[in-house]
Write a protein that binds this ligand. Sequence first.
Ligand SMILES: Nc1ncnc2c1ncn2[C@@H]1O[C@H](COP(=O)(O)OP(=O)(O)OP(=O)(O)O)[C@@H](O)[C@H]1O
Length: 227
Amino acid sequence: MNDLMIYCQGVSKNYRKGKTVITPLEKLDLEVPRGEFLALMGPSGSGKTTLLNLLSGIDSPSEGSLVIAGVELAGLARRDLTKWRAKHVGYIFQLYHLVPVLSAFENVELPLLLSPMSRSERRERVTSVLDLVGLGDRMHHTPSELSGGQEQRVAIARALVADPPLLVADEPTGDLDRESASHILNLLQQLSKEHGKTIVMVTHDPRAAESASRTLHLEKGRLLETV
Ligand SMILES: Nc1ncnc2c1ncn2[C@@H]1O[C@H](COP(=O)(O)OP(=O)(O)OP(=O)(O)O)[C@@H](O)[C@H]1O
């Protein structure tokens, strides 16, 4: 089990809306080895974002066992889950979610501001992840001075800066042209192959899924076999 980043057994998620119960995920089993780049596809409403939220500790399963990086998340209190998340997971959004008035450097620095780290160590970390995503020469630009692809690279640097072993990405290329998308996908591949990051990426684009090492399909809250 040590070589597994994600071990998910019988995981269900229910939401109650008045008398109705919605079950976006039902009895899901999933194993993801460390360093795998997994693509998750499926129609709208099939539970993809719900699954990413569970894997990243934003939400908790209603049932089942969810072990990530050796930690059982199902029983953790919300406060512990938040602490766990800060160390273990980087979240990449379709629309980047950068703070518009901050520079690329300051956006990437944000997750480190609460950690007990010296200013110089912080500066070194931020600079090195911005170099890694190829934006070493743009770190003083604000998001409006960057292209969409560059904004997404800043967002990836922000997700990486605390050095989490797991990256989850919700349609990271959904708002990009083909060339910028291909740069982002190459970068994600590099992060899994060369830096050992485990990546779970939701995508609607079969071309994007081809960059991953495995693709799974969600259908009404259930996982279908590997393609
Ligand atoms: N907080 C919530 N409360 C109630 N229902 C929810 C909640 N979050 C998600 N759902 C429901 O769960 C189902 C799955 O939603 P989810 O966002 O996971 O789908 P998705 O596959 O990511 O869809 P899309 O591709 O459109 O983003 C939907 O029917 C949605 O309405």
